[in-house]
Design a binder for this molecule. Structure first.
Ligand code: MN
Length: 720
């Protein structure tokens, strides 16, 4: 087991540790030992060995002091009774923040379903981490867990190895920490495909034995060439990692025996100029393989990697890959993102954090992308802050644009879920449907078969999928409504002329008229009438003898008229888009009268509501749902109105007022009068009028009654 002293020494090799720093490390060590006391790992070792090893890996990664301390504490909040608050008090907010970040990543639900969504999950980790150091600590944690994976049961081994392979190794690679990425790949490979791993490792071992003499000889030749060119550089030769060789065999469909460039030679120079000179030296010694030269110095990889790569036919007729780079470039290749950090007396300098963020951004840009899908992914990566990652209750990961709501989520799951979505729970709590989702949220949608999309949803949904689906549902619903309205209009229009529309339809009497109008069936007719494309009269004209047409509609019976007068008919009297007979309703809020400027509002399922133009309720109405309407000059509906009269409280007042109504030929349906104080009374009169003029005239005549102080029309009231 690594000791604290080994760690301190390792850190001291790249970072000057003050006495205070050493004290903090000791304090973290003691604290971690205390809270993890009694816990053991699957290997049987005391639990403390794990945070210590993780800490050692972080020191190998050359991370800063806070990351090293976090290494010791990274499992305390997740696995012991320790709290983030306690860590904050003992070690300060920066370390508490890092521990909290690592804990959050550990708690992200990884299920096998996410395999397909690995890229999204990697971005989720980056988004959750907020600080790139959190990801680096998590990688060190994962590396140690992978190194000790054989102690876990088979099933756990496979699932952790798969997760490492899908998520963490690519993440390490993207962050440019190649040694870590390679080791994670090899360990995953070892547990996921043990036979293949063993077979290939054995072959590599054998080849290493055969080749060790050759490697030394080639190094000697390269060194001689470099001397000849007066270049001062270090030459190394090493075997590529197992999975790297395996991948090459898989992608190029080769047997191990046919993979020649399993050894990579590396030339580390002191200057950029010497890189190109060394390349010249190598090419002067051996013939380069055409098409294999890559200049990642002039065109660095997205993760910042810079190097010259060339493959030559070596002295034994073998292909050899040679990488040439400066020491600084080598640091980047080995330590990735961590190599960009600037240290100053053991601390990140003031621009440190900023640089880390900008580096992360740069890393996510991937400039060396050829395949269009990858390019799209890269664009998404670049816009990482514009995306949220949320989970279904089953642990499926969903990527949504930032600002997405539960309705967007519901439509992303399935359009039927969207269409019937009623309520949403986010992390177990009920939220409004326009609630903005955040990365890491678990979203549950409650559906109900009798719920439908609402036009208001269009105001807050952000995904085009949700918008399209809602619009298409509304359009469909509009058709259904129009069909109902159209059918009713046809039936009523025919009835006015003493005809039964439905029985004429059944008997085939309407067939030729329908074909003349180019309708295949009655449904098309209903839609056309409902949308106002033709009027029911157009159809009627074709089936009714001309003489009867000119007679006009049959007169309403006296009884019908009386009933209308009494109830204050809620239908008719309004012309809509020039056609008669659309089902209408007058709004209670403004209670319009003929003679007033009006606007129609197409409601869902309740036909058209007529409002006064200046009714405040219309302000909230979608423009598309307003339609132009006007009063039918030939048919005045009887409309209810309420008048409030303030007058002197004296005998005979009521009869004086009611006589004004009767002389204006207005029926009173209800009248009430009560006293307020010694000499004032308030009278409320519910009347039925045929237009505004009639109402205004009667109000004028009431005002002239002796003792009347004011006469007002009341707009909104409870109707019996
Ligand atoms: Mn751990």
């Amino acid at each position: 087991m690594i000791r604290l002293n080994d760690i301190t020494e390792r850190v001291n090799s790249y970072l000057y540790l003050s006495d205070t720093d050493v004290e903090v490390l000791k304090k973290a060590y003691v604290y971690s030992a205390k809270v993890h006391a009694g816990q053991t790992r699957s290997s049987g070792e005391p639990y403390l060995s794990h945070p210590l090893e993780v800490c050692g890996i972080l020191a190998e990664m050359k991370l800063d002091m806070s990351s090293i301390v976090t290494g010791l504490l990274h499992d305390t909040v997740e696995d012991t009774l320790a709290t983030t608050e306690e860590i904050d008090t003992l070690f300060g907010s920066e370390i508490a923040f890092l521990v909290d970040g690592v804990t959050k990543i550990s708690q992200l639900p990884y299920t096998t379903k996410i395999e397909r969504q690995a890229e999204g999950f990697r971005k989720l980790i980056l988004a959750t981490a907020k600080d790139i150091r959190v990801v680096l600590i998590k990688l060190a944690d994962r590396l140690h867990n992978m190194r000790t994976l054989e102690h876990l049961p088979e099933a756990r081994r496979k699932s952790i190895a798969k997760e490492t392979f899908d998520i963490y190794a690519p993440l390490a690679h993207r962050l440019g920490i190649n040694w870590l990425a390679n080791e994670l790949e090899d360990l995953s490979f070892k547990f996921l495909n043990p036979e293949e791993y063993e077979r290939l490792s054995a072959s590599i071992e054998e080849r290493k034995k055969e080749w060790s003499a050759h490697v030394d000889e080639i190094k000697k030749i390269i060194n001689g060439k470099l001397e000849e060119f007066d270049i001062n550089a270090e030459v190394t030769g090493r075997f590529k990692h197992v999975y790297g060789i395996y991948r090459k065999m898989e992608t190029q469909n080769l047997e191990f025996e046919s993979v020649y460039d399993v050894i990579a030679f590396r030339i580390i120079t002191n200057s950029l100029r010497e890189c190109y000179e060394a390349l010249g030296a190598v090419h002067s010694a051996w013939k380069p393989v055409p098409g294999r030269f890559k200049d990642y110095i002039a065109l660095p990889k997205g993760n910042g990697y810079q190097s010259l790569h060339t493959t030559v036919i070596g002295p034994f007729g073998e292909r050899m890959e040679i990488q040439i780079r400066t020491r600084a470039m080598h640091e980047v290749a080995e330590y990735g993102v961590a190599s960009h950090w600037k240290y100053k007396e053991g601390k990140l300098d003031s621009h440190g954090t900023y640089e880390i963020y900008s580096t992360l951004r740069q890393l996510l840009e991937w400039k060396d992308i050829k395949d269009p899908t990858e390019y799209m992914e890269a664009i998404k990566g670049e816009l990482i802050s514009d995306v949220v990652y949320v989970f279904t209750p089953q642990g499926d990961l969903m990527e949504l644009p930032s600002g997405a709501t539960p309705v967007d989520f519901a439509y992303a799951v399935h359009s039927e879920v969207g269409n019937t979505c009623t309520r949403a729970n986010v992390n177990g709590k009920l939220v409004p449907l326009n609630h903005q989702l955040r990365t890491g949220d678990t979203v549950e949608i409650v559906t109900s078969a009798d719920r439908h999309p609402n036009r208001d949803w269009l105001k807050f949904v952000v995904t085009s999928r949700a918008k399209t689906k809602i619009r298409s549902w509304l359009r469909n619903e509009e058709r259904t409504q129009s069909e109902i309205v159209g059918k009713s209009i046809c039936e009523r229009k025919f009835k006015q002329h003493g005809l039964d529309f439905q029985s004429m339809l059944r008997s085939g009497e309407l067939q030729s008229a329908l074909s003349d109008l180019k309708f295949r069936d009655e449904k098309e007719l209903y839609l056309a009438v409902g949308f106002g494309k033709i009027s029911a009269t157009d159809l009627l004209k074709r089936v009714l003898p001309t003489d009867r047409m000119h007679q006009g509609p049959e007169k309403e019976s006296r009884i019908e008229k009386i009933i209308q007068t009494i109830t204050g008919s809620s239908e008719g009297g309004v012309l809509i888009s020039g056609y008669n007979d659309v089902m209408i309703r007058f709004a209670n809020c403004c209670s319009p009268l003929p003679g007033e400027q009006i606007t129609g509002y197409i409601t869902r399922g309740k036909g058209i509501t007529i409002h006064k133009n200046d009714c405040p309720r219309l302000l909230d109405v979608d423009d598309a749902r307003r339609i132009d309407v006007e009063w039918d000059k030939n048919f005045k509906p009887q409309r209810p109105a309420r008048i409030v009269v303030m007058c002197a409280d004296r005998p005979g007042m009521l009869s004086n007022i009611t006589s004004s109504f009767s002389s204006s030929d207005i029926n009173i349906s209800k009248a009430e009068i009560h006293s307020t104080d010694v000499d004032t009374a308030i009278g409320t009169f519910d009347v039925v009028v045929s237009d505004l003029e009639q109402l205004e005239n009667v109000m004028k005549s009431i005002k002239q009654v002796d003792g009347v102080r004011s006469v007002e029309r009341m707009l909104e009231w409870e109707r019996a």
